[in-house]
Design a protein around this ligand. Structure first.
Ligand code: F6P
Length: 547
């Protein structure tokens, strides 16, 4: 990384540590203690990060001098910290009901949130009992389809899958997201329209993908009722901050659950955006999820930086990104139930922190969001771990494991956990050339040396291990809230607004211009685009006619 983008206060620490292998750092017991922390059901182990206590304290001094507590308190209190949209950022108020500390959020926001939670609870209870007609829902529902994208999909999708062992019997959940018609097509062949409840989730209620998929399912249900609009409307609920638009689209006002401008899409799982989750796991468990998140909120609001898990997570990321110049981070949950965690974090982190201009319009001084990628272990080990162990680039990893599984296949679970622990150890410790040479027993000396060179592992590769006691609504809520506050802290440290997302707009606008050019009379729009786009549009027309 270019030296001018590396914070100067960290340079001496990077230089000092360049000659110290993680093998050595791991011998320091006091260091290990300061880098391992428990919060309720979550154990966070940062001891395999490539920093020593001097570097950690330098990071701590930096964050202390940054005014992070005041910035944090402003968020919790509802100050308009999303300045480009002049909005408060109050996702924490959504779970204030589970908090031990009094909420400083505006009273009217708390009241609206409470009323909405009560509405959700009542609906969820009725669904569980099999008769939600008082809430406008048709009888006999067996399948719930959440239609939404980005924050209106990823949170509920992650949590519905992660909490599969908590599902209420008799109701199946589905997620329809992509505008690729294949998914809608398959769903319609799989489900019975008269037994399907569709929840259209869109904060803006203007999102192309969601409205198109919503219309496809509405037409499908409408065909089953010969166009009887009243009957069709009993198969739809909506969640939106744009109630008027949802109503115009065809969902009766009484069936629209609110979202608010003070909650960003990627922070909205805790609101009515979590309705499909609440229906899947029941109200009690949904509130447990909120309680888990509130546990982290209280901790974030009260713990000193050196004990504060989200702050420590952000400092480690800052260290890897800005001091060590790491451009990406792999997230590898050792839990099939957490399959969707990586894509959830991609939006949470990259949509929040993929910025290069400050709220004052200045270019940022340092690199911002790393690329987040990954997939579940152990599968990942048999795909890209070769590169993580022996490739030329160092990629920090994040391992997430679960101590107690939701099944009784103990041999599988112990194998799973042993792999997680082994990978973190192997990445950190590596294998020296001499160790590899000692293992090479056949062939000439030269052949042994050549083989040993290829079987050497540099090690010194950083990782974080997070262990959940069990994958419960509480621990999942806590885990997600940890990441949310880490994102807040990084936005603060980098001096960017983590709560807007202007970078998604340009592509949407160009797609709107291109759409008519792909229609039957698309050739009318010739010459409107750059040459590469034009050539591809022409190729699509040509091949479509030819095939
Ligand atoms: O990708 C842009 C984005 O605005 C996300 O921030 C948001 O979560 C998603 O689209 C969906 O938006 P909506 O809920 O308004 O349909």
């Amino acid at each position: 990384m270019s030296p001018e983008r590396r914070p100067s206060f960290l340079a001496e620490h990077v230089d000092r540590l360049a000659g110290t292998h993680l093998r050595e750092l791991l011998k320091d017991v006091a260091r290990g203690k300061r880098l391992r922390h428990r919060l309720g059901p979550v154990l966070l182990d940062l001891s395999r990060q490539k920093l020593d206590l001097k570097a950690l304290d330098a990071l701590g001094a930096h964050v202390e001098a940054s005014g992070w507590q005041a910035a944090r308190d402003a968020m919790f209190a509802g100050a308009p910290i999303n300045t480009s949209e002049n909005r408060a950022v109050l996702h924490t108020a959504l779970r204030a009901s589970g908090s031990q500390l009094p909420s400083p959020a505006p009273r009217d926001a708390l009241t609206e949130i409470e009323q909405t939670l009560q509405r959700m609870d009542a609906l969820v209870k009725a669904m569980e009992l099999g008769d939600a007609s008082a809430f406008g829902v048709a009888p006999g529902i067996t399948d719930v389809v959440n239609i939404g994208i980005g924050g209106s999909d990823l949170g509920p999708r992650l949590a519905v899958r992660a909490l599969a062992p908590y599902h209420v019997p008799g109701l199946r959940s589905h997620f329809l997201t992509n505008v690729d018609g294949q998914s809608a097509y398959e769903l319609m062949h799989q489900l019975d329209p008269k037994r399907t409840l569709v929840i259209v989730v869109s904060k803006t209620f203007t999102t192309q993908e969601t409205l198109l998929n919503g219309t496809v399912l509405r037409d499908w249900i409408s065909r089953a009722y010969n166009g009887d609009k009243a009957a069709v409307s009993r198969h739809f609920l909506a969640v939106s901050a744009n109630v008027a638009e949802a109503e115009k689209w065809g969902v009766p006002a009484a069936q629209v659950y609110p979202m608010w401008d003070f909650v960003g899409g990627r922070f909205s799982l805790w609101s009515a955006v979590g309705l499909s989750l609440a229906i899947a796991i029941g109200s009690y468990n949904f509130h447990e999820l909120l309680r888990g998140a509130a546990l982290v909120d209280d901790h974030f609001r009260s713990a000193a930086w050196s004990e504060n898990l989200p702050v420590l997570l952000s400092l480690v990321e800052y260290w890897n990104r800005n001091a060590q110049g790491r451009g990406s981070r792999a997230v590898v949950p050792y839990a099939d139930l957490l399959t969707d965690l990586t894509s959830y974090l991609q939006q949470l982190e990259m949509e929040s922190l993929g910025k290069q201009v400050t709220p004052q319009g200045q270019h940022v001084a340092q690199s911002t969001s790393a690329v987040v990628w990954g997939s579940v272990g152990t599968n990942a080990q048999h795909a890209y771990f070769q590169s993580l162990h022996q490739g030329t680039d160092v990629v920090p990893l994040e391992f997430i494991g679960v101590v107690k599984p939701a099944h009784d296949l103990n041999a599988n679970h112990e194998a799973l956990l042993s792999n997680l622990l082994a990978q973190a150890a192997a990445l950190a410790l590596g294998k020296t050339f001499d160790e590899a040479l000692a293992e090479a027993t056949s062939g000439t000396e030269e052949q042994r040396r050549v083989l040993a060179a290829q079987r050497t592992f540099p090690g010194d590769r950083p990782s974080t291990v997070t262990l959940l006691d069990a994958l419960t609504p509480e621990s999942l809520g806590a885990l997600i809230a940890l990441y949310e506050h880490k994102v807040f802290m990084l936005g603060h440290l980098w001096g960017i607004n983590a709560f807007d997302q202007w970078g998604v707009e340009l592509g949407k606008a160009i797609a709107r211009q291109i759409l008519p050019a792909l229609g039957e009379d698309g050739t009318k729009h010739a010459d409107s685009f750059d040459s590469a786009t034009q050539a591809l549009i022409e190729a699509i027309h040509e091949r479509r006619t030819a095939l």
